[in-house]
Design a protein around this ligand. Structure first.
Ligand SMILES: Nc1nc2c(ncn2[C@@H]2O[C@H](COP(=O)(O)OP(=O)(O)OP(=O)(O)O)[C@@H](O)[C@H]2O)c(=O)[nH]1
Ligand SMILES: [Mg+2]
Length: 453
């Protein structure tokens, strides 16, 4: 019988469904549960043949051995702490250098999802056994601890949020094998042995490093990346839903806590959208660095910029995501416009793509989002296909404001950002509505996060 067609079908099924990105979290949770069962059975067979003291244990102690102590728990701890050490210290996935892949707090990969999925599978399997054999494998504190851990890891897995911090916490699993070993030494009556003493020292050092120093490092990391952490929209919805802080975050505007800034200072998350080559990067480069590059490279993923404007009596700090216009990056866009307070939709020759972006933002963006339509390359009069009147009418009908800009000549570039700032709900009008100061210095990321982030 020819098995090839079946083999091909099976391979297709695995690739298209089991290992496809959207299914991977579910597949890995199931894999985690099956792996637990496998480790349990292997441990049982191995111990009954090779470990003499195993057969002397009571039935309950054997279950505890295969589950909690030597088996599942230890194998999971070794697996997840190795994964966590890799992602936190060696992988580029969460590093600051790869800003092109979007905010660090929203990054994930098939491998990072797989690791968290297996961990969720472990927590489910272990929780199932604890409840089934309650209270022999552990009391309420175990149920509470495992439920909380499982839910936290599953949240990070399925939302794709803060996976770096989840992995940082999971490094603390390195302490588990030595704690399990202590149980073994206890049960084997080796309390007075040298091994017991060495084990105690190892536990102390592992705790100090993985549960104290590492947690200090994690909170420090959160502190220096607070501008990104504040974008954890779903988590904030849960933690601060309905509060003033949540409203400010969900509209993409928040007060700064910089001591040098006054009460009216705001941070405005902003996104630039538009067709490929329309001039998004050129506009933001002109605004932030007052530069123009004749052959600007096409953006990959997205790029981050920040610039501060003094508008009326307030200082508005723009945190700008310049998105890529290429169609293959379209699916990333919601990550940048979700939670944004303002958007500039840029077009040059064709108007159609810009209209689609407006529709998408109206359907899925913030309700109070300030939207601007920029007809860029106004210096190239011949290339124009859309008249200013046509764009103006469209903008008025759809609640945007329209400006013709040129990144090349700098025409209307500062003005469009200024007009956005002026329209932000938290920026108060004064008697001098035209007062605008644009600092010469482009603010880099490090400066921004140390001050007004
Ligand atoms: N003449 C003229 N050329 C411009 C202007 N703005 C941008 N360009 C040129 O248009 C080309 C594309 O500009 P980009 O800023 O890379 O366009 P983009 O929208 O960021 O494109 P993607 O990143 O691919 O989505 C570059 O070669 C720029 O030099 C402008 O105002 N006038
Ligand atoms: Mg670009």
């Amino acid at each position: 019988m020819d098995v090839m067609p079946y083999q091909n079908q099976a391979e297709g099924f695995v690739k298209r469904y089991l290992l496809a990105d959207p299914c991977l979290p579910y597949t890995s949770v199931l894999a985690g549960i099956f792996l637990c069962k496998m480790v349990y059975d292997l441990m049982e067979s191995f111990s009954s043949i090779h470990i003499k003291s195993y057969s002397a244990l009571t039935k309950m102690k054997r279950i505890e051995w295969n589950n909690r102590r030597v088996g599942i728990s230890t194998v999971h701890a070794i697996f997840i702490s190795l994964m966590a050490l890799y992602f936190v210290f060696f992988s580029d996935l969460f590093s600051d250098q790869t800003s092109l892949q979007g905010l660090m707090v929203f990054r994930s990969s098939p491998l990072s999802n797989f690791g968290l999925g297996v961990s969720v599978g472990y927590f489910l399997a272990d929780l199932g056994m604890i409840i089934w054999l309650y209270p022999s494998l552990g009391g309420l504190e175990y149920i509470f601890h495992h439920s909380l851990s499982g839910v936290a890891v599953a949240y990070s897995l399925f939302s794709g949020e803060a996976q770096l911090y989840t992995y940082m916490v999971l490094i603390s699993e390195v302490t588990t094998p030595s704690i399990n070993l202590r149980w073994y030494l206890d049960t084997a009556g080796l309390k007075r042995s040298k091994a017991y003493l060495i084990n105690g020292v190892a536990i102390f050092l592992a705790w100090l490093t993985a549960r104290i120093l590492l947690f200090i490092y994690m909170f420090y990391h959160v502190y220096i990346h607070y501008d990104q952490v504040a974008n954890l929209y779903d988590l904030w919805t849960f933690l601060a839903g309905g509060t003033d802080e949540y409203i400010r975050l969900s509209t993409g505007i928040r007060s700064t806590d910089c001591v040098e800034c006054n009460e009216l200072d705001v941070v405005c998350f902003q996104v630039l959208l538009g067709d490929v080559g329309a001039g998004k990067s050129s506009l933001v480069l002109r605004f932030v660095k007052d530069q123009f590059v004749e052959f600007q490279e096409s953006t990959i993923g997205a790029a981050f910029f920040s610039q501060t404007l003094a508008v009326n009596d307030a200082t508005v700090k723009f945190e700008i995501w310049d998105t890529a216009g290429q169609e293959r990056y379209h699916s990333l866009a919601p990550m940048y416009y979700r939670g944004a307070a303002a958007a500039i939709i840029v077009f040059d020759a064709s108007f159609e793509r810009a209209k689609k972006w407006v529709q998408e933002l109206q359907a899925q963006g913030n309700t109070n989002m300030v939207m601007a339509l920029a007809g860029n390359k106004s210096d190239l009069l011949d290339a124009k296909k859309v008249t200013a009147e046509e764009a103006q009418t469209y903008a008025q009908e759809n609640g945007l404001f329209f400006m013709e800009t040129s990144a090349k000549t700098a025409a209307n570039v500062k003005e469009i950002f200024y007009e956005i700032a002026r329209r932000l709900p938290r920026v108060q009008p004064t008697e001098n509505p035209t007062g605008m100061v644009l600092p010469d210095r482009a603010m880099d990321r490090a400066v921004s996060s140390s001050c007004c982030a």
